[in-house]
Ligand binder design. Structure first.
Ligand code: SF4
Length: 447
């Protein structure tokens, strides 16, 4: 790189070909570049990277675009391609002709182009000009962070008013989610908690559109997202995953240790009639066999779920069915809510509301069954050595969490007589010496 480049902000060269629509795309990219502090270079030599906005309308335009890419590669070497030709054959027309290009996007792809530029020519964070760190402002402790991948929900569960407040599902583009996750990992975050209203539905609204991360195509879809997050070398924990069929694809990633073997699946009930009255997505019939299959693929998987008792019309027999499901499913972590009529929820109109006293009684019975299951499942772990992440350091003990424990909602791991100098986010190998209904008691592993 020449000394001229070293003295200035990162410089981007830009070649804009094609029709006025492509021109507007170019203007938007250039505007964004300037807004972020990049300089625009008029020469290949002074640019740190070149963007070529292509046209693919007729043969001569294709040739002109491919020639322009070839010239930029020869003169500069670092080239990102966008525009109509980029959309042809999923970018393969360009990749076949010029495999050295860093990234290819279709037209009207400002976020993807900016993401590719951020990857290959990062804008250094300047504490004098930017008051916001690259990972943004966070309210969580420094070692873990929530990443919201979508907003809203396409379902209409009768007990819920979220869709009326937040609207239908809107997925964040994958490059944006991955950039945020990468920034967090680079800032020292050790655990990413993936959240949304309906994590399994990620990308449905944008037809699983292909985005770009680190110069390669990645679909806006849960499996691809989980796989990409698994490359960041941090704990990745998935929440609010409805048991749609494609969730089965995630389990091998857990078995391979790429993401945490932890799945938060809100099942809400086990009786088909109640689930229908709730209008729950995904059908309950085969949930049990799915859970068994998941455990076969990933024996260490921790399953968390939430349920509602006392839903309007729930009979004693239907509630009993729920208890039998709990016994059969042997879930690790379970939350239970007594049905309460949220203003505006359509379930309020259903007949046969369950009296408060019965709701309370069912809640107690439910919790008793689950507490025994939870106690036994934790007792079965005694003697094992596990990896935990430090949350709090106290004088003579450390409070940590294992892969089975999401912050705030699951159990804790108490580490007895820890070594000095530990800090939140550190990992430890501990041996489990005791357990109760929710937590584990451990000491530092001698292995
Ligand atoms: S409960 Fe969840 S899936 Fe159902 S409508 Fe509300 S947000 Fe959507």
């Amino acid at each position: 790189m020449s000394s001229l480049k070293e003295q200035t902000s990162p410089k981007v060269g830009f070649i804009s070909l094609g029709c006025p629509k492509a021109l507007v795309d170019s203007e938007q990219i250039l505007t964004q570049l300037r807004a972020e502090g990049y300089e625009i270079s008029s020469s290949y030599e002074l640019a740190d990277l070149v963007v070529v906005n292509t046209c693919g309308f007729i043969d001569s335009a294709v040739t002109e675009s491919l020639d322009a890419i070839g010239e930029a590669l020869a003169e500069n070497g670092k080239v990102i391609v966008t525009g109509c030709l980029g959309a042809k054959e999923d970018g393969n027309v360009i990749k076949k002709a010029h495999p050295q290009v860093l990234a290819v996007t279709g037209p009207h792809a400002l976020p993807e182009v900016m993401s590719a530029i951020h990857t290959h020519l990062p804008q250094p964070h300047d504490p004098f000009t930017s008051l916001i760190p690259p990972q943004g402002i966070r309210l969580t402790p420094k070692h873990y962070a929530y990443v919201k991948i979508s907003e809203g929900c396409n379902h209409r569960c009768t007990f819920c008013i979220i869709p009326s407040m937040r609207g239908d599902l809107v997925s964040r583009p994958i490059h944006q989610v991955m950039q945020e996750a990468e920034n967090l990992a680079n800032a020292g975050v050790k655990e990413l908690l993936i959240i949304s209203q309906d994590t399994s539905a990620y990308g449905v609204d944008i037809k699983y559109r292909t985005g770009f991360w680190q110069g390669r195509p990645v679909k806006t879809r849960l499996t691809e997202l989980a796989s990409a997050l698994g490359e960041l070398d941090v704990w990745v924990r998935l929440h609010y995953v409805y048991p749609y069929p494609h969730v089965d694809e995630i389990i091998p990633l857990m078995a391979e240790g790429r993401i945490l073997p932890y799945l938060d699946v809100p099942l809400q009930h086990a009786n088909p009639r109640i689930l229908k009255a709730m209008k729950r997505p995904a059908n309950a019939e085969n949930n049990l066999s799915r859970i068994q299959q998941w455990r076969q693929i990933c024996p260490d998987i921790t399953l968390r779920s939430t349920f509602i008792v006392g839903f309007p019309g729930e009979t004693e027999a239907e509630f009993e069915e729920l208890l039998q499901f709990l016994q059969a499913a042997q879930l690790d972590r379970v939350g239970c809510f007594k049905y309460s009529p949220v203003e505006g929820a359509t379930a309020n109109m259903l007949p046969d509301p369950v009296p408060e006293a019965i709701k309370e009684e069912r809640y107690e019975r439910f919790m008793k069954v689950q507490e025994a299951i939870s106690r036994q499942r934790l007792a079965d772990k005694v003697g094992r050595t596990i990896t935990v992440m430090v949350d709090h350091v106290e004088e003579d003990q450390v409070i940590a969490r294992s892969s089975a424990d999401a912050p705030e909602i699951d159990g804790l791991v108490y580490v007895n007589a820890p070594p000095h100098g530990l800090k939140p986010g550190d990992f430890l190998q501990v041996e489990i010496t005791d357990s109760d209904a929710h937590d584990l008691y451990t000491s530092i592993s001698k292995q």
